[in-house]
Design a protein around this ligand. Sequence first.
Ligand SMILES: *[C@@H]1O[C@H](CO)[C@@H](O)[C@H](O)[C@H]1NC(C)=O
Ligand SMILES: *[C@@H]1O[C@H](CO)[C@@H](O)[C@H](O)[C@H]1NC(C)=O
Length: 306
Amino acid sequence: MRISTPAVLSLAGMSCTLLMHPQGDEGPSEATMEMLQSLKDAQAKVTFFTNATWLQYMQYAGVTRHAYMDGHLIAMTYRLPSDTSNGLTDNEIKEDIGRASRTIQDLIGVYPKYMKVHEASVKDPRLLDIVKSMGYTLVGFNLDEYDYKYNTLDKAGQIAEVYNSIFSKQQEAYGRKASYIVTGYDVPTTGAAAALPKVINTINAHGYDMVRLDGCVNDKYPYKKDPIKDNGYVNDAKSFGGQEYKHGQVNVNVNNYSPTAGKGPGHDNTSKGTTGGDHFASSATRTTAVVSAMLAVPAVLFSFFL
Ligand SMILES: *[C@@H]1O[C@H](CO)[C@@H](O)[C@H](O)[C@H]1NC(C)=O
Ligand SMILES: *[C@@H]1O[C@H](CO)[C@@H](O)[C@H](O)[C@H]1NC(C)=O
């Protein structure tokens, strides 16, 4: 099922009424690893938007493979070199996207289909047209968990409160649940990993389900056949409709965790093997204008972004 005619993923009319979907975005990183443990304990599946650049480092490649094996949907983020398509031919852009996609495929055996364009590249209509012509589905979000703002262990507790408040307001205003695609950033410069156990329990308490993106939009073919050409989609056993597909979650014991992430604005560069250190510094510079507009319309099934 194709769901992206405009550059917008519109969830209106979708059949899943209960959705929670913290996306790992900008990782993989040490924080992703920690989140995978919480998600496993909760038996929850989410979508990770992988930045292929980090996969050249073995430890992060391992994290992405781990995420895939655990049954999470692997999508990709894409950021244009120099943040502009100016000076690049269509083919050069396609090749660059194709390289990123192949890097992911080398690890997990399938090419991602769902893509989140980095905020810095979002206002580049030419890029968006190219991405769509390649058969990728662009993804937006309608709930920002603000993990980059609540980015220390102390503040990370506020993240669950963001969910709590949005869910409660929705219930008060409309007397029913809405659907949310939540964005979170799985890097140590945010509180995402530290907050996740409590976030999971908050989602559970409000009666929402955590769902991979394919399950949310009833897409049985959430991977591409080709990294560049728009020539169809494929699935695997864990895809929506497949034997190993799973959604929903159970409560976790929040006392079982001693978070190593969410330590503060600096990134955790002490435990790293060799390279990859620049990763976090740069990924902290994301998401401003688009993000702050989001919470103004929290309860609305979205048809915005991009
Ligand atoms: C990964 O993130 C870095 C930092 O934002 C960026 O320079 C790089 O282009 C990204 N890689 C991809 C494939 O988007
Ligand atoms: C970690 O990064 C900080 C800030 O970039 C730097 O001052 C510090 O020396 C780094 N530590 C290691 C072990 O590389």
